[in-house]
Design a protein around this ligand. Structure first.
Ligand code: BES
Ligand code: MN
Ligand code: MN
Length: 473
């Protein structure tokens, strides 16, 4: 049985009896905590693939039952035109603050399947980690919050009122959550929003995320001749849509790695030297980074560090590209069309809708007269920045400080959780991004995993957060 190794870490304990009780409870119940989350991970709640619609619903129902078992006052599944939203609430006292926990129970498709060492929806524990799609992103992290409720209730009463909103469409752009938030502002009112869907620097270097990038995602199609052609008969005379697409994509960045779309950087807020210095304090080992990814060098926008390129600077990347013959052997063909999926990660102040428009206008403009280009926008979202000067951040820093024995470092991350900016805008409530994953957990990749240490210390830290937030308010 894996052992909860917290006691190995030299944490300082301002309130020993309470802390010891938390540790003890987790130690005693860790096997069941693991069994339960494994049960959850067995449900293939893939939001992107309509073939799994029933499974996504099953995951929502699974959560509903778990919330009911926790004795929540209200548990409700809100159907949407897409996947359902799970809401739960427990009110302990009028005069206590309310924490709204957000997370998602949907997962990314597991492809490519052949690269998994064990089936993605048949979780296994190996080397102290749970391997399964969604183990870290975000089912494992969501379930920590339910276990923190159990723990606090077993130890007495919840220190604050709690609301949960767990959606099933985060991985496909939170399409139906956005209007839901607009239409349920009273239901969602809270003093703080707490989210565990991000990562930490390392298990011995806790951090709290204070910035997320936004996203603009488009699909492009380049169409040439009205049919596939013999590449000998026509090659050299008729423009090849795949060649054209590659040229167009290549022109979107200059030799300094800067994006060439006119107006792209206009609204980017450049960090001050002082802010960049502060960020640079984050420990980072370039060699280890490269070794972990099996690359000999990194490349990006000139004048910025690897950490900056992956967090505070915007990007443009091809996520997928196709066209022509990709079957076995060689087929001599000049394809009639080519396509690509392109994402742009955005930073605060860049508006994703505006960037999508800038992309579209530019991409259509640079198309040669030999082809026809269509740009279709997919989902997007705004970047988010959260302050460290809030009672929520302070409670999180205190909780992490106690559980890990080290003060957490505020960090900005490159991923996106579009609903965070919307929560800020519509509900006017601050968010705390207290995640427990690691960048090495392979989220969205084959062999996604989540450390048992992370899972258990997450439960511990979340319980402490509720305690400290309630005390501060
Ligand atoms: N949990 C991630 C976002 C994330 C990952 C934040 C790592 C910080 C560090 C989330 O589930 C995710 O994958 N979001 C998508 C957003 C998109 C589908 C709109 C993303 O970032 O690609
Ligand atoms: Mn996530
Ligand atoms: Mn994700």
């Amino acid at each position: 049985m894996p052992v909860y190794v917290l006691h190995l870490m030299n944490s300082y304990q301002p309130n020993p009896p309470f802390m010891d009780a938390i540790k003890q409870y987790i130690d005693q119940h860790q096997q069941r905590f693991l069994d339960e989350v494994i049960d959850f991970l067995k449900i293939p709640s893939i939001s992107a693939d309509s073939a799994y619609k029933a499974d996504v619903q099953r995951a929502a129902a699974w959560l509903e039952a778990k919330f009911q078992a926790l004795g929540m006052d209200r548990v409700e599944i809100f159907p949407t035109e897409g996947h359902p939203i799970v809401f739960a609430e427990k009110k302990v006292a009028e005069d206590k603050p309310t924490v709204l926990v957000y997370g998602h129970y949907d997962v990314q498709p597991p492809d490519p399947m052949d690269l998994w060492h064990s089936p993605p929806f048949d979780p296994v524990i190996k080397d102290g980690k749970i391997y399964a799609r969604g183990a870290c992103d975000d089912k494992g992290q969501v379930y920590m919050h339910l276990k923190a409720v159990e723990l606090l209730q077993e130890m007495g009463e919840l220190p604050c009122n709690l609301k949960f909103i767990i959606e099933g469409e985060e991985e496909v752009g939170s399409t139906h959550l956005a209007p839901f938030v607009q239409n349920h502002q009273d239901l969602l009112q809270a003093d703080i929003i707490l989210i565990s869907d991000t990562s930490m620097i390392a298990n011995d270097t806790p951090s709290i995320t204070v910035g997320l990038r936004g996203l603009s995602y488009v699909e492009v199609e380049v169409v040439g001749p009205n049919r596939d052609l013999h590449s000998g008969t026509y090659g050299g005379a008729v423009d090849n849509p795949i060649n054209v697409l590659c040229e167009m994509i290549a022109s979107l960045k200059d030799e300094d790695g800067r994006i060439t779309i006119p107006g792209f950087y206009d609204k980017v807020v450049n960090l001050s030297e002082a802010e960049r210095k502060e960020l640079a304090k984050r420990p980072f080992d370039q060699e280890a980074y490269q070794a972990a990814l099996g690359i000999k060098a990194t490349r990006g926008e000139a004048g910025y560090s690897t950490t900056e390129r992956a967090s505070i600077r915007p990007t443009l990347d091809v996520n997928g590209i196709w066209g022509g013959y990709i079957g076995e052997g060689a087929k001599t063909v000049l394809p009639s069309k080519a396509s690509a999926k392109i994402s742009m990660r955005l930073v605060p102040n860049q508006d994703h809708k505006e960037i999508t428009q800038l992309f579209k206008a530019h991409f259509e403009k640079i198309a040669p007269p030999t082809v026809q280009v269509t740009v279709t926008p997919h989902h997007g979202g705004q970047a988010a920045a959260v302050s460290i000067e809030t009672p929520g951040y302070r409670a999180a820093a205190k909780a992490m400080g106690e559980a890990f024995g080290k003060t957490p470092i505020p960090t900005r991350e490159g991923g996106s959780i579009p609903i965070v900016a919307l929560f800020q805008e519509v509900l006017g409530v601050d968010t705390v991004l207290m995640g427990f994953g690691l960048n090495s957990d392979a989220i969205h990749s084959p062999n996604e995993h989540y450390g048992i240490f992370n899972y258990l210390i997450g439960i511990d830290t979340i319980a402490r957060f509720h305690q400290h937030f309630a005390e501060a308010e």
